[in-house]
Design a protein around this ligand. Structure first.
Ligand SMILES: [Zn+2]
Length: 168
């Protein structure tokens, strides 16, 4: 079951990939049905809030007509950041299923675990490593492609510079 929904989150992540966005996707499941989907659109929207999780949470909130997303399970391809982890706690989402962890920015156990702070009024049950390989390979192929593009761009600029006549 977890894999089935993570596959749907991966589909969302691939949408981001196609737009040149870091490929992160998310779906929210309620009563065994997907009620919301989202993917990272940070560059497209020029907004720090355009993370996959926030987009999906907005839609789920609308659908359920409640800011509390009780009874929901979030599936996300990458460990959430501090902003999203904070929002997940605020929305009282009881369960999260994570594809791969994010040692550089993750706040569901990697850098911090905002989802399980006993002093807060809500804790989130975490399952991680579902379709981990697919999720992390999508990320690494995105960044590999990005590096190649940057290298090619640099090369192109150098060639252009070399073509310029020297004025002396
Ligand atoms: Zn985030």
């Amino acid at each position: 079951m977890d894999e089935k929904y993570m596959k749907e989150a991966l589909k969302q992540a691939k949408k981001a990939y196609q737009m040149g966005e870091t490929p992160i996707g998310c779906v929210i499941v309620y009563e065994d049905r997907i009620i919301a989907r989202g993917y990272n659109r940070r560059n497209t929207e020029k907004s720090v809030f355009a993370h996959a999780e926030i987009a999906a949470m907005k839609k789920a909130t609308k659908k359920l007509g409640d800011w509390r997303l009780e009874g929901c399970t979030m599936y996300v391809t990458l460990e959430p950041c501090q902003m999203c982890a904070g929002a997940i706690v605020q929305a009282r989402i009881p369960n999260i299923v994570i594809g791969c962890m994010n040692p550089k920015a993750g706040c569901a156990g990697s850098i911090l675990n905002l989802l399980n702070v006993p002093e807060f009024n809500h804790q989130v049950h975490i399952i991680s490593g579902v379709l981990e390989k697919e999720c992390s390979e999508l990320m690494s192929s995105f960044f590999r492609e990005l590096r190649t593009k940057k290298k090619e761009e640099k090369k192109r600029l150098r060639l252009k510079e070399a073509e310029q006549p020297v004025n002396d």
